[in-house]
Design a protein around this ligand. Sequence first.
Ligand SMILES: [Zn+2]
Length: 298
Amino acid sequence: MGGSGLLWIGRALVLLQLVNGVLGWGKEGHYAICKIAEGYLTKDALAAVKELLPDSAEGDLANVCSWPDEIRHYYHWRWSSPLHYVDTPDFKCNYDYCRDCHDSAGHKDRCVTGAIYNYSMQLSAYQDSVSDVKYNLTEALMFLSHFIGDVHQPLHVGFTGDEGGNTIIVRWFRRKTNLHHVWDTMIIDSALKTFYGSDLTVMIQSIQKNITDGWANDISSWESCRYNLTICPNGYASESVCLACKFAYRNATPGTTLGDDYFLSRLPVVEKRLAQSGIRLAATLNRIFASQIKIAEA
Ligand SMILES: [Zn+2]
């Protein structure tokens, strides 16, 4: 593909983001997470992923990791919208599955951590004989890969009263936006322009290098779940709401202009969360597509 083709795709992505608005890590964030995860899949998990991917993925999980954001506003898929986040009580800075995991109508388990449990359980049916599987495992894989990303975005585990920062209007440098969108998209976009020559591949490589150098000793603790469980999204949600209080909400009250100080102090948090999501997505898929499943945690 020539340079102008790439430029065109770049513009289309920007347009898509403007249309999409407020949705979870932006397209770049989810792409980066799944790209990082791909590098840590076992042979068995990689084979299962390849078999389940839709044709549109062209063999690459990263190409379909934003799919749940693309469809969530269509009528047919509107039920999936509350599955991208979990709201916590205002100013509490902690998360509790039983208290917090419900949609706005109070239906239990309809939140991002509940969705991670649900789609992991569905995917574990992959080992069953084909005729017994009653789920769409391609959709389950795309949902799970997306939601493990979302639960790591601090403001996807934010306060109910401000809808995870969506109603906090701020300026990002000169541009008017909301705090949630800053964390989904703007910090990553500014980092791409400022430090990575507007090239997502370069940013991903830099995060991968941090994983193998700076964070090498942390990987095994990121990967593992307490009690050897197969999945443990509750821990990720607890981390997120702590980070929301410590970094996202701090110095970002309505009307604030966020500039260099905020950008440069929060970017390392965002990059670490992208790294953790990637590592944990891979570890989760590796466990699901190995034998011996243990899922109950909540
Ligand atoms: Zn999302």
